[in-house]
Design a protein around this ligand. Structure first.
Ligand SMILES: [Zn+2]
Length: 285
């Protein structure tokens, strides 16, 4: 992926230098860890995440401050450029549809972070908090994506995940997320999970649409980038995560979609670049 030399967003808060030391997680225990693992990545499922977040609030912590390494500074610059890319693309798409896009914020953090949705740790993976309209990214997650989840090495898993989280921001602006939460009330868990899957797959679709537009506007793709995105999508499918965590796959408990579904919808967005073709609610595969 090419990113150098483009404009930076300025909507990024870098909190990576503010780490915690000492005992952080007091509550949670084994159940908390399992919930975190199943919730890992995507994080739109904040209603599932909340009990874990609350449990972690019981922990005590001391904040330490350190300087960022040159590598971290370079990564921060790249995240700023990529966030700007999402701002430019979505401003264009919203405008094309007679609407105005409002930028999302981004917080880079390590270890744990306070958000308007509660406290979160790195274990929950990247996520979007609708209450403050910010994307939270711990960049160490991407090392794990390769080492633990078997994604291909490469730099395109980061823009894919960022674009997915910004996709949740788009869903928040369009009112889709609120509508889904409302519909989920009083539903069986199985039915509610189906809607969560559709919401997640649509965020993958939006990530694909963004990739399509950003390629048109900035020619940022390099050989292998789309494969890297698909490999990341494959690695974080619910079936892939469940297989690793519990050794079996239970489709009714999916909240993000299978690896195949996630790849399909990303590619559909990427190939068509047409936001109107992302009705994952009536066309779930
Ligand atoms: Zn998600």
């Amino acid at each position: 992926m090419k990113w150098q030399g483009r404009k930076e967003s300025g909507n990024v808060e870098d909190r990576r230098g503010m780490g915690s030391s000492g005992k952080v997680v007091a509550g949670g225990g084994i159940i908390g860890v399992i919930i975190l693992l199943i919730n890992m990545f995507g994080g739109a499922d904040l209603q599932n995440l909340t009990p874990v977040l609350e449990q972690m609030n019981n922990g005590t912590e001391q904040t330490t401050q350190r300087d960022l390494t040159p590598e971290e500074q370079l990564q921060g610059k790249m995240m700023n450029v990529l966030l700007k890319d999402t701002e430019d693309v979505w401003a264009k798409i919203f405008q094309e549809n007679g609407m105005t896009y409002e930028n999302a914020g981004m917080v880079l953090f390590s270890d744990r972070v306070q958000t308007a949705c509660g406290a979160a740790s790195s274990a929950s993976g990247p996520f979007y908090c609708p209450a403050d309209q910010k994307v939270y990214m711990d960049l160490k997650f991407f090392d794990e994506l390769e080492s633990k989840f078997g994604a291909k090495e490469g730099d395109f898993s980061i823009p894919y995940v960022l674009a997915h989280e910004v996709g949740h921001h788009v869903q928040t602006l369009l009112g889709t997320s609120a509508k889904v939460r409302q519909m989920q009330e009083g539903m069986s868990q199985k039915e509610a999970n189906k809607l969560s899957v559709a919401l997640e797959l649509q965020a993958d679709f939006y990530a694909g649409v963004w990739t399509h537009y950003n390629q048109e506007m900035n020619q940022f793709l390099e050989e292998g980038d789309i494969d890297e995105a698909l490999s990341a999508a494959n690695a974080v499918g619910d079936d892939a995560i469940q297989k690793r965590v519990q050794g079996e796959v239970i489709p009714d408990s999916f909240t993000h979609g299978s690896s195949e579904q996630r790849k399909y919808w990303f590619m559909k967005g990427y190939k068509t670049g047409d936001i109107k073709q992302g009705d994952t609610f009536n066309n779930a595969r």
